[in-house]
Write a protein that binds this ligand. Structure first.
Ligand SMILES: NC(=O)c1ccc[n+]([C@@H]2O[C@H](COP(=O)([O-])OP(=O)(O)OC[C@H]3O[C@@H](n4cnc5c(N)ncnc54)[C@H](O)[C@@H]3O)[C@@H](O)[C@H]2O)c1
Length: 343
């Protein structure tokens, strides 16, 4: 069997998840993992998984002659330099979202991969989710006719800690960015205008960092469709991930995923368990499938499901949303260069 050999950069939350998922794929071998804080603990963890090399230096991964592709799972500010180095070394790249918080930087990273002729997949894992994929298939097949409205509800079960909020890049770039990618994916069209409203209703700590914890974002797509995304950093009843596309011939909608389908009916009401706890549980299979399809694409040369163009579009929408909130008006994506490409 033909195999792809991978090196992982960044052994935090998501890097370790990708490593464990790769162990489930027969055509993948992990040759090395690097982290700034690599030490005995990571070495023991890697040894259990048969990963031969643990290093503090990402350069060891990029220069490794056996490695075909690198997974960039380190902090966001490291993504673009690492993409450039990996591209120059001829390695294919999987990079976590967002590529960066600065459109000019992201453009440079995407261009570096294109110039080097290496594949660049972005970690928009929700495209690989069984529910959302089905919605997209129906939209593409024309089941619901011409799309008119895209509605996405995306609410976390609990807010992140202050140390994360401080460096997250804000609700639009950190959290809603997945929804911006999903909106484009479901609509089958690019976004041309964004209008965002936001507030701090969950925890005043968000205001300390100029962030918000609650938002409603409206989108206007090039194909004429309109979109509405609502976000909260805290839904008391758990992780809430739903979507609907409404069109000229009907609508297609997906509800939350639950750990079981038991519904209890009693004198005082009817209830079920809360939705799957958070993104690790809800998108478990999607994370496996994004890696599986990336590897298949490297092996058979097929097209990527999600690439650098998608990163640029989602980041542009996030930036437009930030500007819209600040300027208190709709912002077109073609205004971004003029407005400064950075918040
Ligand atoms: N797709 C998703 O659902 C998803 C989920 C979580 C995080 N992410 C993204 O993944 C990235 C990492 O997030 P996380 O939650 O795993 O963060 P984390 O802080 O848990 O882990 C990041 C790790 O990278 C290491 N690191 C930083 N710079 C490095 C370098 N130059 N070389 C090697 N290691 C380095 C840090 O020491 C840390 O262990 C972020 O960009 C984040 O936005 C995506």
């Amino acid at each position: 069997m033909k195999k792809i050999t991978i090196g992982i950069i960044g052994a935090g939350r998501i890097g370790k998840i990708h490593a464990d998922n790769m162990a489930r794929l027969p055509n993948v071998e992990i040759a090395a993992i690097s982290d700034l804080f690599a030490g005995p603990e990571l070495e023991a963890w890697a040894a259990e998984r048969g990963i031969g090399l643990v290093t503090k230096n990402s350069g060891d991964i990029i220069a490794h002659p056996d490695i075909d592709a690198v997974f960039i799972c380190s902090s966001t500010d490291t993504h673009v330099p690492l993409i450039k180095q990996a591209a120059q070394a001829g390695k294919h790249i999987f990079c976590e979202k967002p590529v960066s918080m600065d459109l000019a930087q992201t453009r440079e990273g995407v261009a570096a991969a294109a110039e080097a002729g290496v594949k660049l997949q972005i970690g928009f894992n929700r495209r690989f989710d069984h529910n959302f994929k089905r919605v997209r298939e129906h939209v593409q097949a024309g089941t619901i006719g011409r799309p008119h409205l895209i509605k996405i509800t995306s609410r976390d079960p609990s807010p992140p800690g202050e140390s994360y909020i401080r460096v997250s890049g804000g609700l639009f770039m950190d959290m809603a960015i997945h929804d911006f990618d999903m909106a484009r994916y479901l609509a089958g069209s690019e976004v041309e205008e964004v209008y965002a409203q936001g507030n701090v209703l969950v925890d005043p700590v968000f205001a300390k960092y100029g962030d918000i914890d609650t938002a409603v974002i409206t989108l206007r797509f090039e194909n004429g469709a309109l979109g509405v995304i609502d976000n909260s950093r805290k839904a008391a009843y758990g992780y809430d991930q739903r979507a609907e596309v409404f069109g000229s011939k009907g609508s297609v909608a997906v509800a939350n995923d639950y750990p079981n389908s038991a519904v209890v009916s009693c004198a005082d009401g009817t209830y079920s368990d809360k939705p799957l706890h958070f993104f690790l549980e809800r998108y478990n299979q999607a994370y496996v499938d994004e890696t599986r399809l990336f590897v298949e694409c490297l092996l058979d040369g097929g097209p990527l499901v999600v690439d650098g163009h998608d990163a640029l579009q989602a980041e542009s929408i996030a930036l437009a949303a930030k500007l819209s909130l600040r300027l208190r008006r709709p912002v077109r994506l073609d205004e971004l260069d003029e407005l400064g490409n950075k918040e």
